[in-house]
Ligand binder design. Sequence first.
Ligand code: 3PG
Length: 400
Amino acid sequence: IDQLLAEGVAGKRVFVRADLNVPLAGTAITDDGRIRAVLPTVAKLAEAGARVVVASHLGRPKGAPDPAFSLAPAAARLGELLGTEVAFAADTVGDSARSVVAGLADGQVAVIENLRFNPGETSKDDAERAAFADQLASLADVYVGDGFGAVHRKHASVYDLPARLPHAAGYLIAGEVGVLKKLTDDAKRPYAVVLGGAKVSDKLGVIDHLLEKADRILIGGGMAYTFLKAQGHEVGASLLQEDQIPVVREYLERAGKKGVEFVLPVDVLVAAAFPDLKTKAPAHPTAVAVDAIPAGQMGLDIGPESRKLYASKLADTATVFWNGPMGVFEHPDYAEGTKAVAQALVDSPAFTVVGGGDSAAAVRTLGFDENAFGHISTGGGASLEYLEGKTLPGLAALED
Ligand code: 3PG
């Protein structure tokens, strides 16, 4: 982007593909981290006199307009954060978008509606994506990719559009890649990785890859129960991916041979039912050892002994990557495990990277100062796939 700015963008229509996929409660944004993350790029372009067209997806609408997934709240918040008026187009490539973009003066910013309201955005059909990318290209003279959270998606605005316009990477993408590159190329040892979240199947690629790189892998969240079951524990009504047990067993064996330490919970908080996240009514969980999970009860967070264990396993590390909460942190009775890991990262002298929409939101909503971490990535799937060593379509498209 610096090269682009040096060449001059005044009067040019610059399409910024951002990731404004923020968590919403109705129309209220509960964590605006992803909007703040793209501000440097948008502000710099506007200051330089560009006519900035910001575009993003939000959620997973079904290829048609759906008010529940409108980007209007994100556009309003972007305007507040920039301290200027931000125009909003009620469609992506229709009359509204065309007239809003045509009406931009130099230095003004507009947001167009959710890209996924158009089926061409996410289509697996190359021609359908190309047709949508052509329409998007007609709205702009230059493309800046800065939606790091979406670079692992082969979508029209991420992958096909940059090929149609002069293009550059924005500050967010450049910064994210700089940090993640450090983790893949020369992470200082000991290197610990903390993985949580619901599904072990989402993390298999990254575990496979990290078995070659990391010294220690700490597992929490819903995915821990598949590991516990693979070790022979009964997990009651906890989340379990039965079909993944053989894969997990193979990882545990490989880790043993390679001297990579797997750290699993020694105790968990259990209850008979999933907590009510709306009312946050007290859930009255019980802490039990992992070999004593009662039938019919489900594990919803790591327990107090595990919290101590995980903190001690993180205290003497030099690099930590963390993706995924340790429990159902949205409910106060199950937030302590995630808080303990966040606190251990804050207390550790290690270079700490928090990756993932959920863990980043958890850190902020649980009241931690984001500056206390080395880096908080805006990408969940994107940062995991980067660490897996995969080619990410949105980065490949900007590289040539
Ligand atoms: C994310 O939240 O990880 C990104 O915004 C990508 O969203 P997606 O998983 O719906 O493609």
